[in-house]
Design a protein around this ligand. Structure first.
Ligand code: CP
Ligand code: NVA
Length: 333
């Protein structure tokens, strides 16, 4: 499999075989690191990391993955560089392409990362836009493969909550690409956009994926091996929408009853993180006070901390999967 010089802007940039190859490469890189037999395949490479939105996992995963592989990184954000406000994306792409071997971009619209890639001579990776979160998908599917011992086309997962977000779009399309049994539960106004549903339906025809979009938790959850959720208000959205979102989504909280609906005591809880499960964050506390939801927002503390929760395995896998995408596209193989 040769993925040299390829961009990763959205899940559809890769075929099912290529996506599965990246998951398997990540599993191997994870084992190699644990067993202290990792081989540095990116010596002398330099990676630019542009963040126009905040990050813990994605930034750290790119940096540690690069360092493990012998590469170097530069972190750029809107406040300490010219990106966006004083220099266009097209000009930034052409400058950075002269210095770096790859560019990671996290920011607002998908159009920005697409423009960056169009003007860049080196691979561009989408570290999250309003529309897609593709590097997260490699980690999510690796985690589901590892915890089930099955391939994605033999896995059933639910995603409940704000399903028309980047995470909703990405889970729908990657589940469809990989042939999974995908169940989404949300109020209809928070379902993925029609064009995203169409992409998923077309992929499902080829992959054999089963796709269910419903307003009913009772319909979505029975039989699910994994239950995913995400924050109800994403980065870039106004804080003003919290009240409305909480009233739309309070019945879609992942709590003990929701997990019980799977009918599978071994069913696992997943969340890309960060998540609001207690009041130990400024935002979590403010929203809890404002809305009266004092037992977690999208997930209860009980489920988040339960043995069924695999959120930190999922977070760890961001490192190995981001390493896999860089090794495959710019490494010496
Ligand atoms: N899941 C995720 O992308 O986390 P960060 O926002 O911390 O990068
Ligand atoms: N939907 C979330 C994902 C964060 C990793 C957001 O965009 O804020």
């Amino acid at each position: 499999m040769n993925l040299q010089n390829r961009d990763f802007l959205k899940e559809l940039d890769f075929t099912q075989d290529e996506f599965l190859y990246l998951i398997d490469l990540s599993i191997e890189l994870k084992a190699a690191k644990r067993e202290r037999r990792e081989i540095a395949r990116m010596v002398g490479r330099n990676i630019a990391l542009i963040f126009e939105k905040t990050s813990t996992r994605t930034r750290c995963a790119f940096e540690v993955a690069a360092f493990d592989q012998g590469a170097h990184t530069t972190y750029l954000d809107g406040s300490s560089s010219q990106v966006g406000h004083k220099e266009s994306i097209a000009d930034t792409a052409r400058v950075l392409s002269r210095y770096y071997d790859a560019i990671q971009y996290r920011g607002k619209t998908q159009a920005i990362v697409e423009e960056l890639a169009a003007y860049s001579d080196v691979p561009v990776y989408n570290g999250l836009t309003d529309e897609w979160h593709p590097t997260q998908m490699l980690a999510d599917f690796q985690t589901m493969v590892e915890h089930s011992g099955r391939r994605p086309n033999d896995i059933s997962f639910a995603y409940v909550g704000d399903t028309r977000s980047n995470m909703g779009n990405s889970l729908l399309v990657s589940g469809a690409l990989l042939g999974a049994d995908v169940r989404f539960a949300a109020p209809r106004e928070l379902w993925p956009a029609e064009d995203v549903q169409k992409i998923a339906a077309d992929l499902a025809l080829k992959s054999g994926a089963k796709i269910t979009l419903t307003e009913s938790m009772e319909e979505a959850l029975p039989g699910a091996d994994f239950v995913h959720t995400d924050v109800w208000v994403s980065m870039g959205e106004s804080v003003e929408v919290w009240n409305e979102r909480v009233s739309l989504l309070s019945d879609y909280q992942v709590n003990a009853e929701a997990m019980a609906l799977t009918g599978k005591p071994e069913s696992k809880f997943m969340h890309c993180l960060p998540g609001f499960h207690n009041e130990q964050t400024t935002v979590g506390r403010e929203i809890a006070d404002k809305t009266g939801m004092h037992d977690g927002l999208e997930v209860t503390h009980e489920v988040f901390e339960s043995p069924n929760s695999v959120v930190f395995d999922q977070a760890e896998n961001r490192l190995h999967t981001i390493k896999a995408i860089m090794v495959a596209t710019i490494g010496d193989l």
